[in-house]
Design a protein around this ligand. Sequence first.
Ligand SMILES: O[C@H]1[C@H](O)[C@@H](O)[C@H](O)[C@@H](O)[C@H]1O
Ligand SMILES: [Fe+2]
Ligand SMILES: [Fe+2]
Length: 294
Amino acid sequence: MIAVENQALVSENAIPKEASDGFTVPESNAFGQSFRDYEASVRLSIVENTYRLNHINQTYDFVKRTREEYAKLNKAEMSIWEAIELLDSFVDESDPDLDEPQIQHLLQSAEAIRKDYPNEDWLHLTALIHDLGKVLFHSKFGSLPQWAVTGDTHPVGCAFDESIVYHKYFKENPDHNNPAYNTKLGIYSEGCGLENVLMSWGHDDYMYMVAKANGTTLPPAALFAIRYHSFYPLHKEGAYQYLMNEEDRENLKWVQTFNKYDLYSKSNVRIDVEKVKPYYESLIKKYFPEKLRW
Ligand SMILES: O[C@H]1[C@H](O)[C@@H](O)[C@H](O)[C@@H](O)[C@H]1O
Ligand SMILES: [Fe+2]
Ligand SMILES: [Fe+2]
């Protein structure tokens, strides 16, 4: 803080923006605003409305029912790249930092992580597919509304933590007044492991199910990152830590690494899809079957 007035004081032991791993956090997003600003984003009304509906409607029962329905994987049969193309005009209404089609976000985050980890091709592919579950919006997948597809995620079946964005809208969620679900642990037990926790329904858990059930050879850390990358209350705010087990704590580090590329790669400078497609097609071939059940 003191160093702000005196540039000369910013020496090698003052690390304001650059984290110890060398990653430089950009000052502002594509709109010239700070990242994840849920009070002043130019996209505020659309973002807030998505979360309002999310918080009112994502009850334990809704999540359980919807998850069971999509676990059937009987909605479509297609390749990873075909699914990517379904996102070529889909804009995420929960995102205060981006209004580009999601195909761009997938490629931007993959290219960003590829630059810093050139030899970890599994990370490139993880980034490429991490938001692919957003195909849930498509008519082939039952045209789910954005509140059941996009946005940060949180556990259901226990109290909604104060750190969840737009927490105030939970007041209208029936679970909020249900004594079975509104205590710190709710239906869970300390250290039960995230695998046993039901998360609000959206693109993360769906893509995790798709990747796993179709026999991907991506490592467990990749599957964990896909499944929990929107769980900001945990990976950013440190809430719900008591639900994790030892394995979750190890995997969490990967989510936090991955998150920097997911969040800070968001930009209105578009990537030439055809130019990078051959590289990503080769990764898809290495880690996935040709056609997947969705
Ligand atoms: O608005 C964004 C977007 O929907 C992302 O895909 C999700 O992972 C983030 O958690 C959320 O903040
Ligand atoms: Fe996401
Ligand atoms: Fe993302």
